[in-house]
Design a protein. Structure first.
Length: 113
């Protein structure tokens, strides 16, 4: 970075070559715009990633819900009495579903930050 030496003026302010200052200001504005563009791209990338993940998880949630409904329907039609517990695959399906939801929440939170 180029440094500009400012000289103190008699009224306590400082002075420097106006062209040099304009050049510095223009360079700073340009660098600031680059930073803004990078931040915008990253934000858009995060939104796209979150959106893609959200769509994938929405499909998976739908599939999981359908699997769960079929497991529950089979269990309900076959249970000998109300004290029978649900089959293990229903519990495993529920746990997978919970894990996927936690992942979506985590990614969504990261995308907002």
């Amino acid at each position: 970075a180029r440094r500009v030496k400012l000289q103190a003026s008699s009224d306590g302010g400082s002075s420097a070559d106006p062209d040099t200052l304009r050049t510095i200001i223009a360079r700073c504005e340009g660098e600031l715009e680059v930073v803004r563009q990078i931040a915008k791209r990253r934000s858009e990338e995060m939104r796209r990633s979150a959106s893609k993940l959200g769509q994938a998880v929405a499909r998976r949630v739908s599939e999981t819900a359908e699997q769960l409904r079929s497991v529950e329907a089979a269990w309900d039609s076959e249970k000998p009495d109300s004290r029978t517990t649900r089959p293990a695959d229903a519990s495993a399906t529920l746990e997978r579903f919970r894990g996927e939801l936690k992942q979506v929440i985590s990614v969504s939170s990261a995308a907002r930050e």
